[in-house]
Ligand binder design. Structure first.
Ligand SMILES: NC(=O)c1ccc[n+]([C@@H]2O[C@H](COP(=O)([O-])OP(=O)(O)OC[C@H]3O[C@@H](n4cnc5c(N)ncnc54)[C@H](O)[C@@H]3O)[C@@H](O)[C@H]2O)c1
Length: 287
């Protein structure tokens, strides 16, 4: 397939481009920053004219696309004022999704986030692990992700055969970022993330699987590592950090509190880059 990846210069974008190329796809990256070259086009996704034109074709780069992977965003609160985060992310997503439909592209994967499910306080949870049915936005970035999912859920009906898959990634950890897990034993480590994480390469695998399994309609999948990102057993961690929230029976000792059952069942997603091995392989500072 010929696939565009927006946000291709970012953390998840780089891993996704690498994965999709390794899978044999022809990949073009769109980003506002990046090195000029055959697989890249500098596009300001806030400008609908640029987005639509670039999706239709770019001289010397591509003359049509089969699929869009939309990852570009300001990925956290606080980089710019809240309203600017919302405006950038909402405009980019509307432009990419709407532009893709106008350009005749029917397969889209978009980045959503754990922030659409109660981050950072998780004050209103009714059960754990959290699955895709749970939606709660507590800040502007999260509100954007909830709204972007809602836009996608409507747009799939606008053109026959359209498939949009929203992947709710938890905190994405790149190779080289595992030193932070030295705090894994701290009682509330990653409390604002339900104790979860996902390796960037596994997150990229989820994107690849979502493309492979695209069927008409809108679907949401959680994307997290299968284990928690903490060294406290899951039941103990949940009781301490989310007291009173019922926990499913039969969970593994260190099982994630962000359910990936749906992605496992329907996409065949199985994370392979887990923090214990990655952290053990991380060079430790000389003492
Ligand atoms: N990093 C995480 O922990 C995490 C967790 C959950 C969801 N997500 C989501 O995954 C996606 C990728 O996140 P990331 O960690 O790779 O972020 P990142 O900041 O590393 O990369 C995002 C890229 O998007 C580009 N971009 C932003 N606005 C743009 C615009 N208007 N026009 C063109 N390019 C623009 C940036 O230049 C950047 O290269 C985002 O949608 C983010 O919200 C990330």
């Amino acid at each position: 397939m010929r696939v565009v990846v927006t946000g291709s210069s970012g953390k998840l974008g780089r891993a996704t481009v690498e994965r999709l190329r390794a899978d044999g796809h022809e990949v073009v990256g769109f980003d506002i920053v990046g090195s000029p070259g055959p697989g890249f086009v500098r596009v300001d996704l806030q400008d609908y004219g640029q987005v639509l034109d670039a999706l239709l074709g770019v001289t010397a780069r591509h003359d049509g696309l089969d699929a869009v992977v939309h990852l570009a965003a300001l990925p956290v609160n606080g980089l710019v004022p809240d309203a600017a985060t919302f405006t950038n992310n909402m405009n980019a997503t509307f432009h990419v999704l709407h532009g893709a439909l106008r350009a005749g592209i029917r397969t889209i994967v978009q980045a959503s986030s754990i922030t659409a499910m109660g981050f950072p306080d998780f004050a209103n949870l009714t059960s754990l692990p959290v699955d895709e049915a749970y939606v709660e936005a507590n800040n502007t970035y999260a509100l954007g992700k909830v709204a972007e999912e809602a836009i996608a859920a409507q747009l799939v009906h606008w053109a026959e055969g359209t498939s949009i898959t929203a992947l709710r990634f938890t905190n994405v950890v790149a190779e080289g970022e595992y030193a932070t897990f030295e705090r894994a034993g701290v009682a509330d480590y990653r409390r604002d993330l339900l104790g979860t994480y996902v390796d960037a390469r596994d997150a990229a695998t989820a994107v690849a699987l979502a493309l492979d399994h695209a069927t008409p309609g809108f679907e949401v999948y959680n994307v997290a590592a299968s284990d928690s990102g903490v060294s406290t057993p899951t039941a103990e961690y949940a009781a301490r950090n989310y007291p009173g929230v019922p926990l499913s029976e039969g969970l593994g000792e260190f099982e994630t509190l962000m359910s990936i059952d749906k992605a496992r069942d329907r996409l065949g997603f199985e994370p392979v880059h887990l923090w214990r091995q990655e952290y053990a392989a991380t060079p430790q500072p000389a003492s």
